[in-house]
Structure formats: structure tokens, C-alpha cells
Design a protein around this ligand. Structure first.
Ligand SMILES: [Ca+2]
Ligand SMILES: [Ca+2]
Length: 270
């Protein structure tokens, strides 16, 4: 039962990871060609002329304000009230916020030194996992030993499920089909997941990029945090392809098999 809950969580995380969450100060500008193709170009222009904030997206925890004639993103005055505990998030400093929006809003206020910032230390706020902060029990040596096998099996199942749902890009679909025919069916999905997490396409996965996996899993799987820490063998807060392969128990020759090339082809279509 627990196994399928986790599979579901990873699938949700997969959907959640795309489109990529807006980074700080990053603003989405709609492509003019797309707008024209939508047939709503004139209306869009009119709407923007009337309200420059029309369709101007801001990162989570921020909102649009008109500065002169230009739209700018400012820290949100408030986030939507959340009454359900499952929508709360735990920060890396072990503080519970009622929503991810509220966590980002607090960071924004504290970074800018504005009224409403509850603690100066919140300038560094990062989300750790979904749900209220809990005491995660220690990951035993045996649990840690078993974790890589469980993790790579989930990754295979997630990829298989996405392939069945036809939710993979063409090159990823090819990889999924190839993986099904291999004896060690988890190797290619493990590499695919690494490439998928690497949004910046620099062949490193940093802690933010790992969030789609760690945030939904940490509260349920107490070994997730220690596992990720162990993966980053040189402790530089980035996991490279070799570190990823090693911590998932892949052999050196398996990770050497054109991993970079595979990532490049996957990134090209993402
Ligand atoms: Ca990266
Ligand atoms: Ca590293």
C-alpha cells in the first residue's frame, strides 16, 4: 500500500516539476507569436494597456504592482488562507508555514527588509518538505542500505507509468522502452531522472532541482534526506552524474554509457 502511495507522490512530483517553478525575479513574457496564434493578440494588447499587470506573472509569494506604466513584482501583501494541514510546508530551518506561498512571501519580505518579516534569518528560507514539520526518525544502517534499491525501482515504475500515459517526450519514451528490455531495468530510468531534474542543463543537480523528489517524499520516507546527503559525496551541494549513479548502486560502466549524451538529447526536447 505504502509503495503505491509513494509511486503516486513521485508522479505528482513529476507533474509539479513542469512547468518549472518561477525563480526569484524571473518573469514570464508571453511570446507574441503564441498570442497571435491564440487569436487574442488585440485583446491582450488592450488589456495590457489598461492594466500593465494583466497576464504579468510573478514568482510564488509575490504579486504584480504597476510602477509608473510598468509592471513590477513585489512581495505579496498576503497569501491565500490555507486551512488544510497538508498544504503547509516545513522549511529547512524546521519552521512550519501554512503554505509554500507564505514561506516565499516571508523570504521576500526579509530579503528586502520590509515590514512583516517575522525573522531576519528568513532571508535564507528554503522549503524542505510538504506538510508540517515533524521529527523524522533516524535512518538506520539497514534502511539506508535498502534505500537505493527501493528508490531506483520507484524511478523505473514512475517512468513506466508515464510511458503508459504517453506523458514522456519522444527520446524519453525510447529510453523507457529500452529499459523494459534490459535485465537491469532501473539503470536507464535512474539516468533519465537525473537529466529530468537538471533544469539548468549543467549536468549537476542542486538541492533546489532535487525538490520535486525530496519535498513529497521526506516526511514519509525518513531516509530521503540522509540519502541525498550521502549522494553528494564531495559535499559541494551539487550532485553530478557519477555521484548519482554511485548512490543508486549503479556500476561505473553503467553510468559511463554516454550519460552526457543521453542528457543532452533529453534536454533538447524538454
Ligand atoms: Ca543543474
Ligand atoms: Ca557533489
Amino acid at each position: 500500500m505504502r509503495f503505491y502511495v509513494l509511486l503516486g507522490l513521485l508522479l505528482i512530483a513529476q507533474a509539479w516539476a513542469k512547468p518549472k517553478d518561477l525563480e526569484e525575479n524571473e518573469v514570464v513574457e508571453e511570446d507574441d507569436d503564441d498570442a497571435e496564434a491564440d487569436g487574442g493578440y488585440a485583446d491582450e494588447e488592450d488589456a495590457r494597456a489598461e492594466n500593465p499587470c494583466y497576464n504579468h506573472e510573478c514568482p510564488l509569494g509575490q504579486e504584480c504592482e504597476v510602477d509608473g506604466e510598468h509592471p513590477i513584482c513585489i512581495c505579496a501583501h498576503a497569501c491565500p488562507e490555507e486551512v488544510e494541514e497538508r498544504n503547509s510546508v516545513c522549511s529547512t530551518s524546521n519552521v512550519t508555514f501554512f503554505s509554500q506561498c507564505e514561506l516565499r512571501r516571508q523570504r521576500c519580505l526579509c530579503e528586502k527588509g520590509q515590514t512583516g518579516c517575522d525573522d531576519k534569518a528568513y532571508r535564507e528560507l528554503q522549503m524542505d518538505y510538504y506538510g508540517p514539520c515533524i521529527t523524522l526518525r533516524e535512518c538506520t544502517e539497514t534502511e539506508m542500505e535498502n534505500f537505493p534499491v527501493r528508490m531506483r525501482n520507484w524511478l523505473f515504475l514512475v517512468m513506466e507509468e508515464l510511458a503508459d500515459r504517453k506523458q514522456l517526450t519522444k527520446p524519453a519514451m525510447k529510453i523507457a522502452k529500452k529499459a523494459e528490455r534490459q535485465q537491469k531495468r532501473w539503470v536507464l530510468p535512474a539516468i533519465w531522472k537525473f537529466c529530468d531534474l537538471d533544469h539548468s542543463h549543467d549536468l549537476y543537480v542542486d538541492l533546489d532541482e532535487l525538490m520535486p523528489i525530496t519535498a513529497p517524499l521526506k516526511a514519509m520516507e525518513h531516509c530521503t534526506g540522509p540519502f541525498i546527503e550521502k549522494c553528494d559525496a564531495d559535499g559541494n551541494k551539487n550532485i553530478d552524474l557519477q555521484e548519482w549513479g554511485k548512490c543508486l548502486g549503479l556500476d561505473d560502466e553503467e553510468t559511463e554509457e554516454d550519460m552526457e549524451e543521453m542528457c543532452k538529447s533529453l534536454h533538447h526536447f524538454s
